[in-house]
Write a protein that binds this ligand. Sequence first.
Ligand SMILES: Nc1ncnc2c1ncn2[C@@H]1O[C@H](COP(=O)(O)OP(=O)(O)OP(=O)(O)O)[C@@H](O)[C@H]1O
Length: 278
Amino acid sequence: MQAATFLSPRRPRSRPLKYSQALITAEHLSLEVAGRTLLQDISLQLLPRQIVTVIGPNGAGKTTLLRLLLGLSRPTGGRIQRRPGLRLGYMPQRMQVDASMPMSVTRFLQLGQPGISRAEADAALARVRAEKLRDASLADLSGGEMQRILLARAASRKPQLMVLDEPTQGVDVSGQAEVYQLIAALRDELGCGVLLVSHDLHMVMAATDQVLCINQHICCHGHPEQVSRDPAYLELFGDKLAPYTHQHNHAHDLSGEVLHHGQCGHDHGHKQGGAGNE
Ligand SMILES: Nc1ncnc2c1ncn2[C@@H]1O[C@H](COP(=O)(O)OP(=O)(O)OP(=O)(O)O)[C@@H](O)[C@H]1O
C-alpha cells in the first residue's frame, strides 16, 4: 500500500509537487481569526485508499483543519489543491437531535442530498450494518446508532474521500473498535481515502496508515507506532496509560461550524477514558 505523504513544513516553496495521485494537497496552510492563530504552516497530502488520522488536544484546530480541507472555510495563508470534481463525504462531530423534531433515518440520509433514492439510502444503511434502523426516528437512536447513521450518510454518495470528525464520539468501548472496523471496510469497498479525527491514537492504530499530530502546527507525523514514540506526541498525550479527560467546550453543526451557546441547547461537556479503558 502506498504511504500517505506529509509535506515537511520546511519544504522549499519553489519545488513543484506531484498532484496527479493526490485527492487533496495542502501547502503551508494557516488560519488567523481576529488576530488569533488557529492553524499555522500545515502541509499534507491525502491519497486514495489511505486512512489518515489527525490527533491533537482540545482546541488544537482539528475540526478547523478539516473545514479548510473541505472548502467550508478559507485559509488566510497557504493553498489547497483538490482533485477536480472530488466527491467528498463528511461526518461531523456527534450531532444532538431535537427530540421534538420527528425525522426518520431514511429522511435524514436524504436531507441535503437531493437525488438520493430510498434504495440508495437502504444501500448506505447496509454498508454500516444498520438496515433495521431505516424507519427509526432519529431522536430515538443511541449514541452508537447515531454515529453509524452519520457514517452511512458520509458514505452514501460513494465518496472518493471520507472526512470523519471524531466518528466514535459518544460510542462505548466495545462499539468503538467496531466503528473503526466499519471505516476500514468502507475504505476497502469504496476504494476511498479517509481523513479522520480521533482522540485516541491507540484505538485507531490498527485502522490507520498515517497519523498527523497537531497543536495549531504539525507536532509530528508518520506511521502510528512511530508517532506513539515521538517526543512531541508524548509531551502532548503522555504515555496514554493515564485516563484522558475530554472536555469538549463547543458543538458543531452538520457542516462542522462551531455552534454558539443557545444554538444547540445541550451541555457540551463529556468525558472519555484513556486508551484501553474508554
Ligand atoms: N470560526 C471561528 N472563529 C473563531 N474561533 C474559532 C472558529 N472556529 C473554531 N474556533 C476556535 O478554534 C479553536 C480550535 O477549534 P477546533 O474545533 O478546530 O478544535 P479541535 O481540535 O477540533 O477541538 P476538540 O478536540 O475540542 O474538538 C477553538 O478554540 C475554537 O473555539
